[in-house]
Design a protein around this ligand. Structure first.
Ligand SMILES: Nc1nc2c([nH]c(=O)n2[C@H]2C[C@H](O)[C@@H](COP(=O)(O)OP(=O)(O)OP(=O)(O)O)O2)c(=O)[nH]1
Ligand SMILES: [Mg+2]
Length: 127
């Protein structure tokens, strides 16, 4: 099965976190996500994060720290996700690809539907 490496950013400001809605036609579509995307071949997770957050959200990451790595088998796809905490960035995050985006308070994260692989992340953030 395909194994894809993915970097995702937990973009925070005060007690809020920036999330985006995946498009219906995407893998795990219609679910909320921490913005990010696939690492190119030979690209480090950190470089992929910086590139994806620029492309998808229009921000320049100033500092990121690896929060957790999660491997998950979706049946049709095996993903290795690198979740980074991003608390210092330049620019105002927005949906550069027309995706719906939202700043939500940490305590409200549980009311959003995320892909299965995000379960441990959402639990850790809301604990
Ligand atoms: N960005 C992101 N992806 C996630 C999260 N949780 C999770 O399971 N994924 C999965 C869904 C996808 O299989 C993959 C993300 O890759 P991607 O964002 O490049 O996916 P995509 O469907 O847009 O792919 P593409 O064809 O546009 O390149 O990781 C998350 O919180 N953020
Ligand atoms: Mg993406």
């Amino acid at each position: 099965m395909k194994l894809v490496r993915v970097s995702a950013g937990i973009i925070t400001r005060n007690d809020q976190v920036f999330i985006a809605l995946r498009k219906p036609d995407q893998h795990q579509g219609d679910l909320w996500e921490f913005p990010g995307g696939k690492c190119d071949q030979d690209e480090s997770p950190e470089s992929a994060l910086v590139r994806e957050l620029e492309e998808e959200c229009g921000i320049a990451v100033r500092r990121c720290v690896l929060f957790k790595t999660v491997s998950h088998d979706y049946g049709d796809k095996l993903v290795e996700l690198f979740f980074f905490q991003v608390d210092d960035f330049e620019g105002e995050p927005s949906g550069q690809e027309g995706q719906e985006v939202r700043w939500v308070s940490m305590s409200h994260l549980l009311s959003y539907d995320f892909p299965e692989a995000n379960k441990v992340i959402v639990e850790a953030l809301t604990a």
